[in-house]
Design a protein around this ligand. Structure first.
Ligand SMILES: [Zn+2]
Length: 82
């Protein structure tokens, strides 16, 4: 088994910014190809980044972060019953 979702999530910000090491970037792309949770995370984050760049009001990063955490926690609880 490779790395866990939580390990990827830490890198997703850099991944979206295009700041990531190419090897790691490839690894994340492979992972989100078959991991729905992480794909949703990336989509949500990309959307927020896009809104931000378009100059529309967005939530503070901190509240976005907790929102994403909650979203993920909920999905994991459903999926893994934790
Ligand atoms: Zn994942």
């Amino acid at each position: 088994m490779g790395r866990k979702c939580l390990d990827y999530i830490k890198e997703l910000n850099d991944y979206i910014d295009g700041d990531l090491d190419p090897a790691l970037c490839e690894e994340i792309e492979k992972h989100i190809g078959h991991c729905e949770n992480c794909r949703i995370m990336v989509d949500t984050m990309k959307q927020s980044v896009k809104l931000c760049r378009e100059g529309r009001p967005v939530e503070l990063p901190k509240s976005l972060e907790s929102k994403l955490n909650n979203l993920l926690k909920d999905r994991w609880q459903i999926k893994f019953g934790k």
